[in-house]
Design a protein around this ligand. Sequence first.
Ligand SMILES: CN1CCN(c2cc(NC3CC3)nc(N)n2)CC1
Length: 155
Amino acid sequence: TTRKLLSLVFVREASKILLGYKKRGFGQGWWNGFGGKVEKGETIMQGALRELTEESGLIGDSLEEIGLLTFEFEGDPVLLEVHVFSTTKFSGKPEETEEMRPAWFDIQDIPFKKMWSDDVLWFPLMLKGSKFKGYFLFKGLHDILKYKLDEVDKI
Ligand SMILES: CN1CCN(c2cc(NC3CC3)nc(N)n2)CC1
């Protein structure tokens, strides 16, 4: 099996979370954290910080790894290994980029209907401050055939 390393960063401030509307590419039309492929020669953390700045204009520091999500798509041998990070420490103002239109959401009003269908399952763990590990088997881009999701002490 081939694993593709990806990052996903959430910026928090009080009761708000920063999400980006994906304007093109994988996940287009949906809200999500900021992230992308981890390039050769960079750590996952470095890749996460790079993508955060490229996609939102924010400069993050001291990201905390809070989750590890593995996604399989029926019929596709490539597994997506998404390393999820969170931070409350950042500088700059969120700005629209080619990829993303950022907006602050209250954690009570997360637009799950316009997000990947796994998000509604693990966001509550993130929001309550848990660390988590999950595996999701997708059929197409919307349907989850099966999943496993556990809270963990350490990623
Ligand atoms: C670079 N991005 C970052 C995050 N990402 C995903 C994936 C995902 N579900 C998987 C079925 C696709 N769910 C969230 N929330 N993010 C994949 C690609």
